[in-house]
Design a protein around this ligand. Structure first.
Ligand code: 6PG
Length: 514
């Protein structure tokens, strides 16, 4: 006799009776399949659909549960869902979302809910929400962070759209989201494209965090001469303190990982060309359009672009002068990688600076990373505040920090401190102005500057670290040299300027005066 499990394995369309499923998932790629498993595991009957039916069958075979139904056609898929329907699309951003919506529309009714869980550009989400509202369809644009594991066991969810749409999805979303000390990592971010906007900024911050970590690794490795094993220890130790975060944790693990083929460190065998799918550059473009400085995020994108130009770099390495960082020898640091350049048991940096205390360098690196990270988050959060103001989204920044504490790629203990800062003052002009953060940065000042100075003198490209420090120095500069920039603009283009001593718009006939 056929068991219920076997029955589920051999479904054709649809296995569930009409109106049987409580939730639908379209797109059974890595994220879609894992989120469908997560939803089903929380006790929900799920209908699944994939463009290629073979993949649906494969999925159902790998997940033989009574609470799954697969359908071959969109009409059968929609028919298997209870009304009003709730459907989560986990398909690539862009035209695939439009096509999926077009395919679904003939079968949807007023009151049905569509959720886009991809990394979509928020303006596309706004456009679709408006169009679908005209047909009585509720729409949520939802950022989903946490990769494969997050989707399966608890992502951070950033849904945006009408409150009514969120209320419909909320019971399921709360169950599947990562859980932290003060609740599930999901909240109604705001209307329209607010959810996808916040996910875009999450990714911009993710780029910044990753680049800052990479730069710290580079200095400790090439100037401090730390071996991969020693670096792994350093990152693991940092993960026990104020830098505790998913990205620091995996960095320690990555540095320890051996290559099966060469038995050396796997990280040393990986080509130094970083790829990207686009959310980082969207953040940079949005920041420029919104007139909000986000230099750390922009530098992180630039650093990926520079890495991609490997041929240029290989040519440059043979043509351009400058300090050449090289591994150094040290009797005082037994965990170091070794190499040329050591003198008298102390590390000598390529700039000639004597690093006789590697522990002090590591302490400076830790201070630099924390301070630069705070500046990067300040930029991302200021962008969210600006967009929220521009588009009337009323986003609660403290809540955003809260739902980023678990599940997502940038999850970190640090986010609890950001949450507390915005609880103290929800309208905080900059994260850096919170008393706790300003004191923390003041305390790290010396080490932070010393670390960057050493890295620059050694010829290490520190784009994101320098950008964070310049951001900090910019924010604390009551007067910047933009007076000269304005004068130049007025000189060559009569673009006018404002004066310090009185209101008004001014222009000078510069060529006559000179
Ligand atoms: C997440 C990630 C994810 C992103 C990847 C790759 O929150 O789970 O941000 O959404 O797609 O990290 O992004 P890039 O290819 O742009 O590096």
């Amino acid at each position: 006799m056929e068991t219920e499990e076997e029955e589920a394995k051999t479904v054709s369309e649809p296995v569930g009776a009409e109106g049987w499923a409580e939730f639908g998932v379209i797109g059974l790629g890595v994220m879609g399949a894992n989120i469908a498993l997560n939803i089903e595991e929380k006790g929900t009957k799920v209908a699944v659909f994939n463009r290629s039916y073979d993949r649906t069958i494969e999925f159902l075979k790998s997940a033989p549960s009574k609470r799954f139904a697969g359908a071959e056609t969109l009409s059968a898929f929609v028919a298997s869902l209870a009304s009003p329907r709730a459907i989560l699309m986990m398909v690539p951003a862009g035209s695939a979302v439009d096509e999926t919506i077009e395919g679904l529309l003939p079968y949807l009714r007023t009151g049905d809910l569509l959720i886009d869980g991809g990394n979509e550009f928020f303006e596309n989400t706004e456009r679709r929400a408006v169009k679908l509202a005209q047909q009585g369809i509720l729409y949520l644009g939802m950022g989903v962070s946490g990769g494969e594991t997050g989707a399966r066991h608890g992502p951070s969810l950033m849904p945006g759209g009408k409150a009514e749409a969120y209320a419909r999805a909320e019971p399921v979303l709360r169950k599947i989201a990562a859980q932290v000390d003060d609740g599930p990592c999901v909240t109604h971010i705001g209307p329209g494209g607010a959810g996808h906007y916040v996910k875009m900024i999450h990714n911009g911050i993710e780029y910044g965090d990753m680049q800052l970590i990479a730069e710290i690794y580079d200095v400790l490795r090439r100037v401090g001469g730390l071996s991969n094993d020693r670096l792994a220890e350093v990152f693991a130790e940092w993960n026990e303190g104020e830098l505790e975060s998913y990205l620091i944790e995996i960095t320690a693990k990555i540095l320890r990982r051996r290559d099966d083929e060469t038995q050396g460190a796997l990280v040393d065998m990986i080509l130094d060309q970083a790829k990207m799918k686009g959310t980082g550059s969207w953040t940079v473009r949005d920041a420029a359009q919104r007139m909000v400085p986000a230099p750390t995020i922009a530098s992180a994108v630039d650093a990926r672009l520079m890495s991609a130009h490997r041929e240029l770099r290989l040519l440059g390495a043979s043509k351009l002068a400058g300090p050449i960082p090289s591994l150094v020898d040290s009797a005082s640091n037994s965990g170091n990688a070794g190499g040329a350049g050591g003198a008298g048991g102390a590390n000598r940096s390529p700039s000639g600076a004597c690093i006789d205390d590697v522990d002090a360098l590591i302490a400076d690196a830790r201070a630099a990373l924390y301070a630069a990270k705070a500046c990067s988050y300040a930029q991302g959060l200021m962008l969210i505040q600006a967009a929220s103001r521009d588009l009337n989204w009323a986003i609660d920044i403290g809540e955003v920090a809260r739902i980023w504490k678990g599940g997502c790629i940038i999850r970190a203990a640090f986010l609890g401190r950001i949450q507390a800062a915005y609880a103290r003052k929800p309208t905080l002009e900059s994260l850096l102005f919170d008393a706790d953060f300003s004191q923390e940065l003041a305390a790290r000042q010396e080490g932070w500057r010393r670390f960057i100075t050493l890295g620059i003198a050694s010829g290490i490209p520190l784009s994101a670290s320098c950008a964070s420090l310049a951001y900090y120095d910019g924010v604390r500069s009551a007067r910047l040299p933009a007076n000269l920039t304005q004068a130049q603009r007025d000189y060559f283009g009569a673009h006018t300027y404002a004066r310090c001593d009185r209101d008004g718009v001014f222009h000078t006939e510069w060529s006559e005066a000179s």
